[in-house]
Write a protein of this length. Structure first.
Length: 304
């Protein structure tokens, strides 16, 4: 794809948890990590994907007839099946389905088209002190597109923020940071081997980039608290100590309790959700972990 075009999964309007004020949250498509608890699996792959909702399907076969790639098949026992290797992501099946059982995740846009869409929310941004947040997926995977879009937003006095896992080449991140007012930076685990087991990559580059961001931009460190994965006192303490060393640009540390919201999306993608038996942490656990972070001398809060 050309750098002048971006690939997004969607836009959430009136978001209130991803920066100051009321915000427009852009979900980029594509991520270099494969976190076991990912709640937005439809944003992981950098290409269009069809999601199938079996509860809405009436097994009429219209989708299979509309698919020129012959990627759709129908059976009485299993309903609709999608051959991922044959599917071209054209969306013909989605348009043809009379029951809205299919959804296409992925849309190509230019920076100007995306800004014009976001600009529809400008009155809410102005009145609330809000703006736009680019998340994902991972916005740094499309750093040239994201930079053009955020530059345009800043030029028109829109507050800008990104949400990043930090796994990106330094020079690409530096380019993007010039047009970002606030960075939400995820820290999944402080141990390199555990981080790789949980996400597929080491945390060495990520920790280095967290220091880079803190040297130039206001940032919020986010810790997804996932029972049995990264919720040990030792890991939370190590993360708090690391955050304490990031200096005055650190705004606070936000602990995000694990949830199962994405489990249904895995089913719609025909994928297995590996943490189906994991339960969200209780309030007492979150308060205790918040106290551990605060013991390191940094502000902490529990997110939604």
């Amino acid at each position: 794809m050309k750098a002048s075009q971006g690939f997004i999964s969607g836009i959430e309007r009136f978001a209130i948890h991803d920066g100051p004020g009321i915000r427009s949250l852009v979900f980029m498509k594509g991520c270099p990590l494969r976190c076991l608890w990912c709640s937005s699996p439809q944003t992981q792959n950098p290409f269009p994907e069809v999601l199938y909702d079996a509860a809405k399907c009436r097994s009429c076969g219209t989708c299979a007839c509309a698919c020129s790639a012959q990627a759709m098949s129908l059976s009485e026992e299993g309903g609709v099946s999608i051959n991922k290797t044959q599917c071209t992501g054209c969306g013909a099946c989605v348009a043809a389905c009379p029951n809205q059982a299919l959804e296409l995740a992925g849309k190509s846009v230019s920076p100007e088209e995306l800004f014009n869409e976001i600009h529809k929310d400008s009155s809410f941004h102005r009145r609330s002190g809000g703006g736009v947040t680019v998340g994902g997926g991972e916005p740094t995977m499309q750093h040239e597109f994201a930079t053009k879009f955020l530059r345009k937003a800043q030029q028109l006095y829109v507050h800008t923020a990104i949400e990043t896992c930090g796994y990106v080449r330094r020079e690409r991140l530096e380019m993007l940071l010039q047009h970002v007012d606030l960075v939400y930076f995820d820290l999944k685990h402080m141990d390199a081997l555990a981080h790789k087991e949980l996400t597929g990559v080491s945390n060495k580059r990520i920790l280095g980039n967290a220091r880079l961001v803190s040297s130039s931009n206001p940032l919020v460190i986010r810790i997804p608290v996932v029972p049995g994965c990264n919720d040990s006192d030792e890991n939370i303490l190590a993360t708090g100590r690391f955050a304490a060393g990031l200096g005055r640009n650190l705004q606070w540390v936000e602990l995000l309790p694990y949830h199962k919201i994405g489990a249904q999306t895995y089913r719609r993608l025909g994928r297995q959700y590996e943490l189906g038996d994991v339960e969200p942490p209780d309030e007492g656990t979150m308060i205790r972990l918040k106290g551990i972070v605060e013991s390191c001398g940094v502000k902490a809060q529990i997110g939604a």
